[in-house]
Every structure is written in structure tokens, then in C-alpha cells.
Design a protein around this ligand. Structure first.
Ligand SMILES: Cc1ncc(COP(=O)(O)O)c(C=O)c1O
Length: 927
């Protein structure tokens, strides 16, 4: 018989090695259990049992090294399975395996009220709990988690510790937990990476170094997150190094050190992420209390709690908001169904009060202040601000707070429109940056770092670096292109050491909680860089580079990975996130996260004003409470939700690309379709075709200039003969009730999120099969004409795509007349110049009057933002010259929706007189 503690390394190596083939171990684990269940069922009814028995045995062996990192099923249940197999009790084995699989799949193992200690007690208890699970009992069971205990212990010692922790439990504990024991440094890292149930880690002095499992990919990963070869550490510092690395992998979890080091030694260490140090190895009661308290600190939702309490208080309302406590509804003869639909609690929690435990968003001092501080902790920020009007508002707040009129801002042109409006409001001099185009799909990628550096060096050469204030980029883009945030900031800071960064993470709030994603988030990189620049090793590297680059020309500076001056550099980073887009929050719930060394000295006052400018004095409390709850959720189950989300996305990818019928008409774009090879030194071109998905994704995310968010799937639909927009509206939505958002001419974007379920994926696949089948039938029955027309449509969608136009330039009337060649422009003057209708003229797109005017030497300048949907970003901004490429692009677009363009009137441009007048206005531009 074999059990978890006696598994020989050779049996386990294979299973753990195959972890690399999966995005997450939980997927591998559930696949193995499901295979085991079906093998056991067949074994129970088979006549020739030999081969099936071997299969069951092998599956059990291959599961063992994975189960080693999880608390359920318990050691005793696991032994029971082996015993049943050894004794030939196959029916019983099959029944028990089915029970475990049910508990794992439904998550009901977390709602067990009893844990077994004898051999099959555990399963009997589980069966009972599964029955309870059908009832409302589940809601009363406290939340469950697992505590990782890192120590090299015998089974008897483990039992002793398990019982000591069980004895410490109290009836009023807020949570229940089970310990998971691992012996070594490496095993602790594997467990923390893959077991999302782990909320606390106890590192005891007896830990060993290496895992018995062969885990080369893990060693590479450890090196990447700043760890070294295990052999290079003294064994005395293993505990502290482990604490540091665990904090890197899972910054949200609580780490406890149990040590026999002297207090003086411990006091001298920087123990990041360590919640408490214990000197008494056997004080399990104290440990238990701390574990509970640690999780409670994340569970706590100050504003939501305050709102709940407020809603229970009897109050008379002599103020605005008749809907408060549902008063205006319950007595209504006409809108009673509002309460039927929403339930009364929403209205009980509707109030305009800012006292009684509630707080004011505009000047928070109580529960909202705390809620924002907790959010800052969770998202790795120094300070966090809630917003109830979406990231559109957050973007304007940050831009207004940081940018002064005349400051130069570098912006990706295909950014969200709130930024363009922000530039107008702030009076910025805008340098638009072009993203690399993906002409085949009518989509943009993101802005290459070389281009950003080129613009900065150009501004430096023109003596304008002192006016450059901000770099503003979208990360990730709508389509899932992700910047190498750390590298972008590092190299830009080498040119302009106090540059402020605004990362629009509208689509990336979840990223902090995914182990692969986190390294490309603004707050994480800001912290990493700040730490790095303080070290003597960095200073030496920088000095060496300075010496090497002494006579470098700008071509060399463009290719070299530049390092900033550690004495001058300031880390000034802002991120805006639509919490509601990727996490749990009511619509419009967003956050601004800040890590700005100069915030207090330079920005605080302006930030306050900007916040006041854009924030309602009646912010919606339900949105704020949902932000508080969304934060709680992601701090406690973010890793699990994101792992599952990516697994779901991988399942869609696989189904589309391998299903014979679906793959005839649809294709999921690969990494190589969306990121040109020159930006992918890792060479990874797909997350799916190859084995080793997990580790390859790591390579791509840590090395490449651009990575692709695997949770987003761009589906090429051109081969169906439908354009993206028609496919989205007429096919997916109207016929099948499937909602997608973004499209390009020949693609639709399928976004998974933390709420995407396996059944919605199954439905999507079913629908794609239906559509493909229908197309097959239609084409089978088609006559020659119809077939030709279909082929023509497909060709037009797949091949005859107008090239995406670059930003042309601002007209000279909106550029500084200083003889320089830098490209910044005064969008604000152009925007307001167009308020006077007498400054404007119109040209029809349909005739050749535009060309005629251009041929006559006229520079046509847009008065407004022209935004076609798709692609959804401005192809013209106020003050921009209308190039022939842009006209060609507009003509070729067959979209119905173009904001800023009225077909009956034509393209609105400035009159020559208005431009002439603007050009001679004293001090109008960039002074
Ligand atoms: C990149 C980007 N930034 C900002 C926003 C605006 O976010 P919100 O809808 O939260 O106002 C969006 C909306 O789609 C977006 O795509």
C-alpha cells in the first residue's frame, strides 16, 4: 500500500511535471479525479478487471503528489481509497471516489461541518454534508480555508499538530480551516502557487529545502521572482527567504514564522508579508487566534457593514431621497413592482446620510476611508480612491490632478475617449503615439517602447523635456495586449527621471491576483522599481551603463535597455481600474490606485480639486459597498477565480481550434497573430498548441515586449461571411442571446470573466457548432451565384482590409511655433475653436470635394473627434490634419456608427480663415 507520505519520488515526478502542461494545477487535478471516477465506475462493473485495476492504481499514484498539496480529501480518506482497492472492494471504491469528485466539483467540501479522523469517517461525514448541502444549511457554515504548515514532520507529529489546532477551535470562530503539511521550502512554494484555498502559512524552523518532485519549471519561476538557487542560501535563512518569496507569489496571504532565532536577529530582518513571529513552537491557541484574525482582516468590509447596520436602524427621513427605505415605492399605486423586482434591502440601504456609521466619499474619515485603505492594501497601492462614475471619470481626475496647461503628455492614440477629453480639459500638449497595426484584423496592438523612447529623446533634443509630464498607456488593451510595464517605466525614467505614468487598467483590475498577470501591473512594478533603485547593486549596474554609454548616439540609446539615475529617479505611478469590468462591483464602480513619491508634496491638493471637479456629491452607496465587497472577494478568492477563468478561456480556445465543424469557419487568434515576432523574444507563439502551457506562458509574460491576456479570445469570424458587427448583433445576440462587446471588421472578442461558468462555455460552443452547421447546409444548397457572392464577401472581409491610418499630425496652427520638429499639439484650442460654427465648413465623403481641396493645396483640419465603432477610438481628433489615408479608411469602413460624423452634413473641418486667425494668436499654444 502507498500513501501520501510514502510516495516514491519516481511515481510522483511525472504528475508534477505535467503540472507544467496545464495553466493551473486545479485543472489537472480535476481532470485526473474525473478520469479516476470513470475508471472506478467501469472497474466496479467489469468482468476482466486486470487492466482497469492497473489504470485505477496508476491514476491514484499520479494524483498523490498533487493531493499532497491539498487538505481535502484528508489523509484518512485517501488511505481508505487505497485499502478499498487493495481489498478488491471496487463498488465501495467507486462510490467513495464519486463522493469525493462531487464534493470537489461542487465545492461542498468547503462546507463540511465535521472532519473525520478515522479511516472512512471522513467520507461518511462528507456524505452527510452533501445531503445538507442541498438545503439552506450551507449558508450558515462559516467560510473555509486551508493553512499551510511548512515543517518536516513525521505522520505522528502532523497528527499532534492537527489535533492541537482542532482543540484551539472555538464555537464563535468566524472561519473553519484545515492544515496542509509540507516538509520543504520548494513544496511550500508549489502549494502556495496552486492551492488557492491556502490563506495562511506557518513556517516552522524544521523545514527542509528541496521537494522530492522534479520541478524544473518551478525553479525557473523562483529565479524569476527574485529568488536564487536554493543551494546558495544558508539553511538558517530558508525560513526568511521563504517568507519573502511567498509574499511575492501571494501578497494577500498571511505568513507566520515560528522561530528559535533570537529576538535581536529577527528584529534586524525586513520580514515583508510576515504577520507575526512566534517564539513558542507549541502555542497553538495563540497561532489559531492569529490565523482567524488575519483572515478576518481581509474579510472585513467596513463600508458594507456600516451600510447594513444603517439599513437596520429605525430612522425618520427629513431630507432628500424619497426612495430611501422604499418609502416612495411602498405607498405607490403604480410602481410597487420595483420592490418585487429588487427586494426591499436595496432601498433600506439607500440614504443620503453621511453620519451614523456612514461616511462621505468627498471627505472620508470613517468607514469609507477604511474601505479605501483596505483596497490600497489589496491592490498594492499607497493610496486608493473609489469612484462611482467609472474609469472614464477616474482618468479625467488623474489627468487633471497631474497635468498643468501646456504640459506635454504622451498618449497612445487608441486609448479610451475619456483620455482625449481629459487632455482637452487639462490643456495638455499632446504627443499621440501610434500602436502597431494588425491590418489583417483591423485592430491595433500597443505602442512599441522604441517609439516611446524615440519621442522622448526627440523632446529632449528640442530642450522640452522639462515640460514632459506624463506617459499614458492602456494596459491591457481591450483586445488583451499587455505591456511590459516594468521595462517601459524603467527605460522612460532613464530619459526623464520624474515622468508620471498613468496606466489605464480599466480591463486589468483582476490582474493583481493572478500569479502570471501581477508582474505586468502598474502597482506591482512601481513597488519593484522603487525597491530596486535603493540597492547598491543597482547603483553599480547604473554606473557601469553610464560609463558604457558615455558617447552613445540616439540610435544606441534606442536599442539599449536604459537604466535610470538612482539619485534622480522618482516613482510616480497611477492606475485606473474599472472594478466593475473584471471583478465583482456594480456598474461604474472603479478605483484609482496611486504610488507617487511626490504625491503629498506636489499632487495632493490638485488631486483633491480634481476629485471634487468630477465626483458627484451624491455618490451611489450601493456601488461603494460593492467595491468594498469586490475587494474582499478578490483578496480571499482572487487566485482561484482567475485560475478558473483562464482555464475556461483555454477550454474555449481548444474547442474552437479542434472542433472539425467550428474550425471550418472560426479561428482563435494566436499570440503570433496579435504580437509580431520582433516583440516576442521568448518565441512563444501560442498558449495552446504546445505542451508546457504554464511555463511557456511564464516565459512570454516575463520576457516579451507584449504578452496576450489568455482570458480574452479574439475569434476570427470572416470565414462565415459575416462582418464582426453583424456577427455580434444579428447572429450572436439576436438569434442566440449571447452578448459580446468588441468587434473588428472580421473578429469578435470573447471575454471570459470571474463569473463565466462552464455551462455558458458549453452553450457558446453549441451555438458555434449550430452556426457552422447552418453555414455548411446553406453552402451545400447554394447555387453558383450565391456561392460566388459568399466567397466574395469572405474575401472582402479577410483580404480587402483598408490599412489602419497612423496619426497624421496636428495642424501648425495648433503647434508651437518654435522651429522644433516635435509633434505635440494643442488639442484644447482646437476643441474650443470649433464651438463657433462660423469657423467650420463641411465636406462630403461621397464626392471628390475633399480630394479636390487637397489637390488645391488646402490642409483640411478636423474640428472634432471622429470615432468609428468599431474600432472605437478616434481616427481624427480636433486640430488633426485629415490625410488621404484617413479619408480612404473612412470610405472603406462599412460601419454604421461613426461618432462625430454626420453623413447628411459631411466631414466638419476648420475654415482657412479660422486657422489663419488661430495661427497668429499670441501665446495660444504651448507657451
Ligand atoms: C481602456 C478603457 N479605459 C476606460 C474605460 C472607461 O471605463 P468605464 O466604463 O468604467 O467608465 C474603458 C471602457 O470601455 C476602456 O476600455
Amino acid at each position: 500500500m502507498t500513501n501520501r507520505n510514502t510516495t516514491p519520488a519516481s511515481d510522483s515526478g511525472d504528475a508534477v511535471a505535467s503540472l507544467t502542461e496545464y495553466y493551473s494545477a486545479s485543472q489537472l487535478r480535476s481532470d485526473r479525479w474525473i478520469n479516476l471516477k470513470s475508471a472506478c465506475t467501469r472497474l466496479a462493473g467489469a468482468a476482466d478487471r486486470g487492466p482497469l485495476e492497473r489504470r485505477v492504481r496508476n491514476l491514484l499514484i499520479s494524483l498523490e503528489p498533487i493531493e499532497f498539496y491539498w487538505a481535502f480529501p484528508s489523509e484518512s480518506a485517501w488511505k481508505a481509497l487505497w485499502q478499498l482497492l487493495e481489498r478488491g472492494q471496487f463498488e465501495e471504491l467507486s462510490r467513495n471516489v464519486s463522493l469525493i469528485v462531487r464534493a470537489l466539483v461542487s465545492g461542498s467540501y468547503r462546507r463540511r461541518t465535521r472532519q473525520g479522523s478515522e479511516l472512512d469517517d471522513d467520507l461518511a461525514a462528507l456524505e452527510e454534508d452533501l445531503r445538507d448541502d442541498q438545503t439552506d444549511e450551507r449558508t450558515k457554515v462559516p467560510p473555509y480555508f486551508e493553512v499551510l504548515i511548512v515543517d518536516s514532520l513525521t505522520p505522528a507529529q502532523q497528527d499532534k499538530q492537527r489535533h492541537a489546532l482542532q482543540r484551539a477551535r472555538r464555537s464563535d470562530d468566524s472561519f473553519i480551516y484545515e492544515p496542509v503539511f509540507v516538509p520543504s521550502f520548494e513544496d511550500a512554494l508549489i502549494a502556495a502557487l496552486f492551492n488557492f484555498n491556502i490563506q495562511s502559512v506557518v513556517i516552522r524552523p524544521g523545514l527542509t529545502g528541496k521537494s522530492r518532485n522534479q520541478i524544473e519549471f518551478l525553479r525557473r519561476y523562483i529565479r524569476r521572482i527574485g529568488g536564487r538557487e536554493l543551494a546558495s542560501y544558508d539553511t538558517e535563512v530558508w525560513q526568511f527567504e521563504l517568507s519573502r518569496l511567498l509574499h511575492e507569489i501571494r501578497p494577500e496571504i498571511d505568513i507566520y514564522l515560528v522561530t528559535d532565532e533570537s529576538v535581536e536577529v529577527i528584529a534586524g530582518l525586513e520580514l515583508r508579508g510576515c504577520r507575526r513571529v512566534f517564539y513558542n513552537q507549541d502555542d497553538f491557541l495563540e497561532l489559531h487566534v492569529n490565523i482567524q484574525r488575519g483572515v478576518d482582516a481581509r474579510y472585513e468590509t467596513p463600508f458594507f457593514n456600516a451600510l447594513k447596520q444603517y439599513s437596520r436602524r429605525p430612522t425618520g427621513v427629513f431630507h432628500a431621497l424619497p426612495i430611501s427605505r422604499g418609502k416612495s415605492i411602498v405607498r405607490s399605486h403604480w410602481i410597487g413592482d420595483m420592490i418585487d423586482f429588487y427586494g426591499i434591502n436595496v432601498f433600506m440601504a439607500e440614504t443620503s446620510a453621511t453620519s451614523g456609521g456612514l461616511d462621505s466619499l468627498l471627505a472620508p474619515t470613517g468607514s469609507l476611508k477604511l474601505a479605501q485603505e483596505y483596497a490600497a492594501r489589496a491592490f498594492g497601492a499607497e493610496r486608493t480612491y473609489f469612484a462611482t462614475n467609472g474609469t472614464s471619470t477616474c482618468n479625467k481626475i488623474v489627468v487633471q490632478a497631474v497635468v498643468r496647461p501646456g504640459d506635454i503628455v504622451l498618449v497612445d492614440r487608441d486609448c479610451h475617449k475619456s483620455h482625449h477629453y481629459g487632455m482637452v480639459l487639462a490643456g495638455a500638449q499632446v504627443v499621440y503615439l501610434d500602436s502597431y497595426p494588425l491590418n489583417e484584423y483591423s485592430m491595433y496592438g500597443a505602442v512599441p517602447l522604441k517609439d516611446i523612447k524615440h519621442r522622448l529623446l526627440e523632446l529632449k533634443a528640442a530642450g522640452k523635456l522639462n515640460r514632459v509630464r506624463m506617459l499614458l498607456l492602456t494596459n491591457c488593451t481591450f483586445d488583451g495586449v499587455v505591456y511590459n510595464v516594468e521595462r517601459v517605466m524603467e527605460e522612460c525614467l532613464a530619459i526623464k527621471p520624474d515622468l508620471v505614468f498613468l496606466w489605464d487598467e480599466a480591463w486589468f483590475a483582476f490582474a493583481r491576483f493572478g500569479t502570471i498577470y501581477r508582474q505586468r501591473t502598474a502597482m506591482y512594478c512601481a513597488e519593484t522599481l522603487r525597491d530596486r533603485y535603493r540597492t547598491p547593486e543597482y547603483r553599480e549596474r547604473w554606473q557601469a551603463q553610464q560609463a558604457a554609454l558615455r558617447d552613445a548616439d540616439s540610435a544606441a540609446l534606442l536599442t539599449e535597455r536604459l537604466l535610470p539615475d538612482p539619485d534622480k529617479v522618482r516613482i510616480r505611478v497611477y492606475a485606473t481600474q474599472s472594478t466593475h469590468k473584471t471583478l465583482t462591483s456594480l456598474r461604474q464602480g472603479s478605483m484609482i490606485h496611486v504610488r507617487d513619491q511626490d504625491f503629498k508634496g506636489e499632487v495632493a491638493q490638485a488631486f483633491h480639486e480634481a476629485y471634487m471637479t468630477h465626483t458627484s456629491t451624491s455618490p451611489n452607496y450601493q456601488i461603494l459597498a460593492s467595491l468594498d465587497l469586490g475587494r474582499r472577494q478578490v483578496e480571499l478568492e482572487g487566485l482561484e477565480l482567475i485560475q478558473k477563468q483562464v482555464e475556461t478561456a483555454m477550454a474555449i480556445r481548444k474547442a474552437v481550434n479542434t472542433h472539425p465543424l467550428i474550425s471550418k469557419y472560426f479561428r482563435v487568434l494566436n499570440v503570433s497573430d496579435m504580437v509580431p515576432a520582433k516583440y516576442r523574444p521568448s518565441g512563444v507563439d501560442s498558449y495552446l498548441d504546445n505542451e508546457g502551457a504554464w511555463s511557456e506562458m511564464w516565459d512570454a509574460w516575463s520576457e516579451d515586449e507584449f504578452a496576450i491576456d489568455p482570458s480574452r479570445i479574439t475569434l476570427a469570424v470572416g470565414a462565415t461571411g459575416y462582418d464582426g458587427d453583424t456577427f455580434k448583433n444579428a447572429v450572436l445576440m439576436d438569434r442566440h442571446g449571447i452578448q459580446v462587446n468588441k468587434t473588428s471588421r472580421n473578429t469578435v472578442l470573447l471575454m471570459t470573466n470571474i463569473g463565466t461558468t462552464r455551462s455558458s462555455v458549453a452553450y457558446l460552443i453549441e451555438v458555434l457548432v449550430d452556426i457552422a452547421r447552418e453555414l455548411d447546409e446553406r453552402l451545400d444548397d447554394a447555387g453558383g451565384m450565391e456561392r460566388r457572392s459568399f466567397d466574395h464577401k469572405v474575401r472582402s472581409l479577410m483580404q480587402e482590409l483598408p490599412p489602419l491610418p497612423d496619426f497624421s499630425r496636428f495642424h501648425d496652427a495648433f503647434r508651437a511655433n518654435d522651429g522644433s520638429t516635435t509633434i505635440e499639439g494643442d488639442i484644447r484650442s482646437a476643441f474650443f475653436l470649433a464651438y463657433d460654427e462660423s469657423h467650420c465648413e463641411y465636406y462630403m465623403l461621397e464626392d471628390d470635394s475633399l480630394e479636390q481641396a487637397m489637390q488645391d493645396g488646402r490642409e483640411l483640419v478636423s474640428t472634432s473627434f471622429i470615432i468609428p465603432y468599431p474600432p472605437g477610438f478616434p481616427i481624427l481628433v480636433p486640430g488633426q490634419i485629415i490625410s488621404r489615408e484617413i479619408v480612404a479608411f473612412m470610405r472603406a469602413l462599412d460601419v454604421k456608427e461613426i461618432h462625430g460624423y454626420e453623413p447628411e452634413l459631411g466631414l466638419r473641418v476648420f475654415s482657412q480663415a479660422a486657422l489663419d486667425e488661430q495661427a497668429i494668436k499670441p501665446g495660444s499654444v504651448g507657451q
